[in-house]
Design a protein around this ligand. Structure first.
Ligand SMILES: Nc1ncnc2c1ncn2[C@@H]1O[C@H](COP(=O)(O)OP(=O)(O)OP(=O)(O)O)[C@@H](O)[C@H]1O
Ligand SMILES: [Mg+2]
Length: 272
């Protein structure tokens, strides 16, 4: 749908030496904002009056102990969950609270890669990548395939177009999942522990692909990871979570080398 006036999905010129554009015309300034967001499950308050924002083009990493609410934030942004209180805006448009039609439009700006790759098992690798651009964005099949092949080249899997997901290693499946998310030309890519289900020898290949995307595109990334070296490499900002609150935030240098909060020090001491 390259003639569509919906700017976010128009093809952009490749960056020199880049790994495929992967992205859409970019907003500047604040892209994601959570204001006083509270999420409860029963009596359990998982996110407590949470405020934070992510600027366009930035790479923000969420770290913190298990159960601190990191995945819940990504699920709220994916509209897989709704907050109990508060407001979420994406690129200036309200995602919550908002009418369903508006939610669907905003949702197109957000791509997510999960820990479990969630590929469509009955479709080829190529079709996994072209399916949503064709059915959701109305892209022609030919255009979607050209784009899918570019993305497969970017993730180093040009020879796997016709394979089924079950014929791929976990690392290869995850790289297909990354290509599939980028095929929708999202403005923001949400990554939730995308290497934690992988065998150790497959982790580096996936992280290299993500480093490449971070370096060669201007896509905004909001990333949950336990890979602290990766977080240090790609992040503009690191947010330390504990019990549904941001207890410390700053540059990776600051958070990893000189954290102020005792809880951050304790957490990093345990994971590093
Ligand atoms: N659907 C749900 N129903 C009830 N409780 C839930 C649900 N989803 C999450 N929780 C609870 O919310 C809290 C935060 O969960 P969340 O998955 O956001 O943590 P996390 O920081 O991503 O942890 P981890 O590092 O282990 O992935 C946990 O205590 C979890 O048990
Ligand atoms: Mg989680």
């Amino acid at each position: 749908m390259s003639t569509d006036t919906h700017a976010p999905f128009e093809k952009q010129p490749e960056k020199p030496g880049g790994a495929g554009d992967a992205t859409a015309p970019r907003s500047t300034g604040e892209l994601i904002r959570l204001e006083r967001v509270t999420k409860r499950f029963g009596d359990h308050t998982v996110l407590d009056n949470l405020d934070f924002s992510v600027d366009a083009g930035k790479h923000v990493t969420l770290i913190g102990p298990s159960g601190s609410g990191k995945t819940t934030i990504l699920r709220l942004l994916m509209t897989l969950l709704k907050p109990d209180e508060g407001r979420i805006t994406v690129d200036g448009d309200q995602l919550y609270p908002a009418p369903e039609k508006q939610v669907r439009e905003i949702r197109k700006k957000i791509g997510m890669v999960f820990q479990q790759f969630n590929l469509f098992p009955n479709m080829s690798v190529l079709r996994n990548i072209t399916e949503a651009p064709v059915t959701v964005l109305g892209m022609s099949k030919d255009e979607a395939e050209v784009r899918a092949r570019e993305l497969l080249e970017m993730v180093g899997l040009t020879d796997k177009c016709d394979a089924r997901p079950t014929q791929l290693s976990g690392g290869q499946q995850q790289r297909v999942a990354i290509a599939r998310a980028l095929a929708m030309r999202p403005q923001v890519l949400l990554l939730d522990e995308v290497t934690s289900a992988l065998d150790p020898e497959l982790v580096a290949g996936v992280l290299d692909v993500l480093r490449d995307i971070a370096r060669s595109t201007d896509i905004t990334m909001l990333c949950v990871t336990h890979e602290m070296n990766f977080a240090r490499d790609i992040s503009d900002q690191v947010l330390m979570f504990d019990s549904g609150r941001v207890i410390e935030s700053g540059s990776p240098e600051k958070i990893f080398n000189d954290p102020e909060n005792e809880r951050t020090r304790e957490f990093l001491g345990a994971v590093l």
